[in-house]
Design a protein around this ligand. Structure first.
Ligand code: NAI
Ligand code: NA
Length: 397
């Protein structure tokens, strides 16, 4: 079929298999161009199909020749209906890994469930024995709790007395408007922590350790975000920020539990980037479009793959303990948070309107990255050509 983007709000309902493949190949080529990494050899990536998780998987496999197991939750294709992009990304990744002689298997299902954990552990035991790196990169709006059966839904709201009001942009139309968000109640805060906090990460690590599937010196890393003052009320000091506080605290709990095998648990604070997860957060797209403009002008812009390659080579696998901030977090958002970058973005923020944004912001860059997530607007792909939507993931278990 001929596949075109079909937008609904901040999601795209279609995905292009060839474009997704090209996106994965570009990331592989980037990692290869940076040379070999003396990194992990057997890696589990939870949330492996898009964004930072996919980039972590690619960096492990094509930087460090690692065998990888990927867990994700993606929609398979049906005749006449495309798969979700993470499905096509994973198919492309596995085909490239196979070609390179690298082990790669995947599990498509709910990572929060006992069943998917069990299946993943059985696979690791059978095929790999022990793993030396676990990447935790889930971004989900909901979590069915495996013990209570309660379905928790997260919200993106401020906390406290005050209604949050600030600017946001509809990145499809370029219209800048004010949005107001009413603060969350206690239950919404608890639910957001249940979805995006650290409980599930700890469950994964407990399960892996109790089955003896973690190698001596194994590392685990989960991803967090801090960001600027303009998004603070709705992000870091809002409901999602509470969940990130919990995730970051969980790193210390897991770290203690891994002491006897010399294991380490880290949180890495990453840069703001266009992903399916971040496009859904109010205010963030406007911030990102200004940030991209400033960072590109300064020659320090990075995408997910550049971030993960730097995380591996300059933080996690340097031969010595990674430098952390006073809260024990690895910072790979260091360039985003540079004061010259933040000061500039802050000034532009005040100036941003429908009229000024095309000049002061990088909306075209935002839109392109957004389309690229779904395999559209990729250089080198012929979108007039018929493609088969029924792509299989070779190592799906
Ligand atoms: P993403 O939306 O690109 O990736 C989410 C991944 O989780 C996908 O592989 C998806 O299949 C998987 N997933 C979602 N629900 C699942 C479930 N129930 N079971 C199994 N897999 C499931 O998101 P992104 O942006 O890469 O986020 C990953 C982490 O990075 C999150 O913790 C996010 O907060 C963090 N982060 C994101 C930043 C950004 O600007 N995008 C910045 C800093 C941190
Ligand atoms: Na991810």
């Amino acid at each position: 079929m001929i596949i075109e983007p079909r937008m609904r709000g901040f999601i795209c309902l279609t995905a292009h298999p060839k474009g997704c493949e090209q996106n994965v190949i570009n990331q592989i080529n980037y990692v290869k161009s940076k040379g070999p990494i003396d990194g992990p050899k057997k890696v589990l990536v939870i949330g492996a199909s898009t964004g930072f998780g996919l980039a972590s998987r690619i960096t492990s496999a094509f930087g460090s020749d690692a065998a990888t197991v990927g867990v994700f939750f993606e929609k398979p294709p049906a005749p006449g209906k495309t798969a979700s992009p993470g499905w096509y990304n994973s198919a492309a990744f596995e085909n490239q890994a196979l070609k390179a002689g690298l082990y790669a298997k995947s599990i498509n299902g709910d990572a929060f469930s006992d069943e998917v954990k069990q299946k993943t552990l059985d696979l690791i035991e059978k095929d790999l024995g022990q793993i030396d790196l676990v990447i935790y990169s889930l971004a989900s709006p909901k979590r069915m709790h495996p013990k209570t059966g309660v379905l928790h839904s997260s919200v993106l709201k401020p906390i406290g007395e005050d209604i949050f009001t600030n600017k946001t942009v509809d990145f499809h139309t370029g219209v800048v408007s004010e949005i107001s968000i009413v603060p969350a109640n206690e239950e919404e805060i608890e639910n957001t922590i249940a979805v995006m906090g650290g409980e599930d990460w700890e469950m994964w690590m407990d399960a892996l350790k109790s089955r003896g599937l973690l190698a001596t010196g194994a590392k685990t890393v989960a991803y967090s975000y801090i960001g600027p003052s303009v998004t603070e009320a709705v992000y870091r000091k809002g409901t999602i920020g509470r969940a990130k506080d919990h995730l970051e605290a969980t790193a210390f709990t897991i770290n203690d539990k891994l002491k006897d095998i010399d294991g380490r648990a880290f949180v890495s604070v990453n840069k703001a980037l266009v992903t399916q997860a971040s496009s859904a957060i109010p205010v963030i797209p406007l911030y990102i479009s200004l940030l991209y403009k400033v960072m590109k002008e300064k020659g320090i812009h990075e995408g997910c793959i550049e971030q993960m390659e730097r995380l591996f080579t300059e933080r996690l696998y340097t031969g010595h303990e990674p430098k952390t901030d006073e809260q024990g977090r690895i910072r790979i958002d260091d360039w985003e948070m540079r004061s010259d970058v933040q000061d500039k973005v802050f000034t532009l923020w005040a100036e941003a309107t429908d009229e000024t944004l095309p000049l002061i912001g990088d909306l075209p860059g935002y839109k392109k990255d957004f389309l690229n997530l779904f395999g559209f607007d990729m250089a080198g792909v012929d979108y007039q050509k018929e493609v088969d939507e029924m792509v299989e993931i070779p190592g799906l278990v």
